[in-house]
Ligand binder design. Structure first.
Ligand SMILES: Cc1cc2nc3c(=O)[nH]c(=O)nc-3n(C[C@H](O)[C@H](O)[C@H](O)COP(=O)(O)OP(=O)(O)OC[C@H]3O[C@@H](n4cnc5c(N)ncnc54)[C@H](O)[C@@H]3O)c2cc1C
Length: 381
């Protein structure tokens, strides 16, 4: 039924633009409404894992993806206190490959492909309200669509439209910083620097840059938005007792962003009337498995496909939620568990490191095998 549909997508993030491309390819008339004045993303890296890469490849982005992203060779748990590698787990056995991308480059490719497929992207237009019969009020007037896709991210208003009784998010007692520093000749590996109560993930990006995201457990609350400037000295102080090689990296951080990590329930209702949610609007996840964007890409692909296979918008949206909910709940639970594993102290830490060392030596593919339910999943199948 997609070729008769008018689809309005709220939000031109990774999920919204993937949905725009998928619906436009299926013949829908697509409008994307994005409140930001330009399609630029906060400067940070993003890991695209094989499960999402399959969907992007099926949408014709295989070449673009290999152009904007480094193929990742390994994930390397590291003791942040000593600076020593604990284990090295191979990522090369996967097809498609894991990739490290700059978010801005990925957004640019998605935006270009969606536009070429016929989607109309309206920047600087914020959606202010929606009704279940598909009428949107925006800062540029009103419009009506057969389907409204709420891809408006972690602070989604569409989620509350579909779930008026949703509970507020809970502060996890963790804050995160992100930054990018110049670094040349860095191997294509994601290094997870683990210390009691803290960890930091680094990986290389194009143009000789290194992306870093650090997390610290602390009581002091920080806001959930991703773009609050914070003095790099605070990030450096959080890792001041760590190894010289890590401190050396952090000394190069000239500007950093700080935000609080909040736990949200997965929305219990993903669609109401002609309005349907995807990505962070439906299921924000903590960043410890690097799946927020990957799941949003999967959602977009599955939603567009459900619309081609069902006679009514409502039955397609119900089927979409059925297909997606258990999987995202499982991924979010796995991300939550990682938060604890990265921050161990004392005996638990020593035991965990000994286990990782042995596992890395005898089974370098263990990381991929343990998460095969996540990475081998093929939404295009
Ligand atoms: C530092 C960091 C690193 C991350 N690393 C990874 C990673 O490696 N891998 C991974 O999979 N995930 C990662 N994530 C998570 C990932 O970025 C998010 O899960 C993903 O961006 C969600 O996509 P989305 O399209 O649902 O929402 P978003 O990308 O947040 O897009 C929402 C869009 O909606 C727009 N919008 C909001 N309200 C309105 C409105 N009323 N009207 C119009 N437009 C509106 C916003 O401006 C925004 O452009 C990371 C997150 C952070 C913060």
């Amino acid at each position: 039924m997609t070729d008769r549909l008018t689809v309005a997508i709220v939000g031109a993030g990774i999920g919204g633009l993937t949905a725009a491309l998928a619906f436009a390819r299926n013949g829908a008339e697509v409008f994307v409404l994005e409140r930001a004045a330009a399609l630029k993303e906060v400067g940070a890296g993003i890991q695209i894992t094989p499960n999402a890469a399959r969907a992007l490849n099926a949408l014709g982005l295989a070449d673009a993806l290999s152009e904007v992203g480094f193929a990742a060779d390994a994930v390397v748990p590291t003791d942040a206190i000593t600076g020593r590698t604990v284990a090295r787990f191979d990522l090369r056995g996967q097809s498609p490959r894991f990739r490290f991308c700059h978010r801005a480059h990925l957004l640019r490719e998605l935006g270009t492909a969606a536009h070429a497929a016929g989607a109309k992207i309206h920047l600087g237009v914020a959606v202010t309200s929606v009704s279940q019969d598909g009428v949107l009020q925006t800062t540029s007037g009103s419009m009506e669509a057969d389907l409204v896709v709420g891809a408006d991210g972690i602070r989604s208003t569409m989620r509350f439209f579909c779930n008026p009784a949703a509970k507020d998010a809970q502060f996890t007692g963790q804050v995160a910083w992100r930054g990018i520093i110049p670094a040349s000749n860095v191997p294509p590996e994601a290094r997870i620097w683990m210390a009691p109560g803290r960890h930091l993930v680094t990986y290389p990006l194009a143009d000789n840059m290194l992306n870093l995201v650090a997390v610290q457990e602390r009581d002091a609350w920080a806001d959930e938005g991703w773009d609050h400037a914070d003095d790099p000295a605070n990030l450096q102080a959080a890792f001041a007792d760590c190894a010289p090689n890590l401190q050396h990296l952090l000394a190069n951080v000239e500007s950093s962003r700080l935000w609080g990590l909040f736990r949200h329930d997965v929305a219990s209702v993903w669609s109401r009337g002609k309005v349907v949610l995807l990505g962070d609007a439906a299921h924000p996840t903590l960043p410890f498995l690097a799946q927020g964007a990957n799941l949003a890409i999967e959602d977009a692909y599955v939603l567009a496909r459900c619309l081609t296979e069902h006679k009514s918008v409502q039955s397609a949206c119900r089927r979409y939620q059925q297909l997606r909910r258990d999987r995202v709940v499982r991924a979010i639970a796995a991300a939550n568990a990682n938060a604890q594993n990265y921050h161990l102290s004392g005996l638990k830490r020593r035991v965990a490191f000994a286990g990782l060392r042995t596992l890395g030596a005898v089974a370098p593919n263990a990381f991929l095998r343990r998460l095969s339910w996540l990475y081998d999943h093929d939404v295009t199948d």
